[in-house]
Design a protein. Sequence first.
Length: 319
Amino acid sequence: MTSTPQTLILTAAKRDHIAALCAILAIEAGKLIMEVRRIGPCSRAKLDNSPVCEADDRAEGSIIAGLRAAFPDVTIIAEESYAAGDRPQNVSRFFLIDALDGTAAFLAGEDGFTVNIALVDKGLPIVGVVYAPATGQLWLAGKTAFGCQVADCNMPPRESWKPLHTRATPSVGPTALVSMRYLEQRSVAFVEKLEVSNRQQSSSSIKFCQIAAGEADLYPRFGPTMIWDSAAGHAILKSAGGDILDENGALLTYNLPRPTMFNPGFVAFGDQALVRSTCQGEGIDLIVNFAAETHVDQSILGPLVFTDTNVRGTHVLLE
């Protein structure tokens, strides 16, 4: 018998169990995505001119069906369903899905796309799964964060899961991650303010997972993103020891109701001391001051909320 939201007690063990279940669903969704890739996807434009294809639809439908079977009383918010008008608001616990994060990369034949599934409770991402079907990389987290490699679309055995931990900032300085496909100016400008030792390009939610695995230290994002773009990776990063600060210096949250599904600008980090000491001695003040100096009113993006956003004719790909 499946528990209702009121009686589903989210112990550490329960969160880990939910993460494993979501990982199975993500792998199955990834299998559908790769089937579409082999056939050859046909894309269409959403109202904001961003691309969507049958891989988005099939993967999202598969995940929703699996979650509803396991947790029929827990609200589900998914990118394409939300775009179609299914827009729950007054809920404190919900699954948040981006079934194909990086549709543009997928359509371009690239490998940097992911399946994202998160469970949010009282504004905080407490379970997260990020799966890259093209490479077989899988990251998952409940109480504990893990990384593993998927083979033949099968859930990896538990003994192959590697615990993830963020790292202390290297003495030579932090490694900052930026978008693989598009470098939006505010995020690049923020990186240039820091004494970084290395700047690496990466794709979709994989950036959060790289920080969680101790492979990088910082990911600033001051361009538009949606809550389903970040929640799964955020959960993994939090469980590995990191977190995300928004442009006001507060921890990034996912509370509903909210006026828009856009995230504010944010900085994801692995080392708590990084925010306090690395940012030219200014810590959180650097984030807040930079955000204020370079602020872009996201209301210009309009009432529509999609992962890929066309801003006054300038295509901004959120990957």
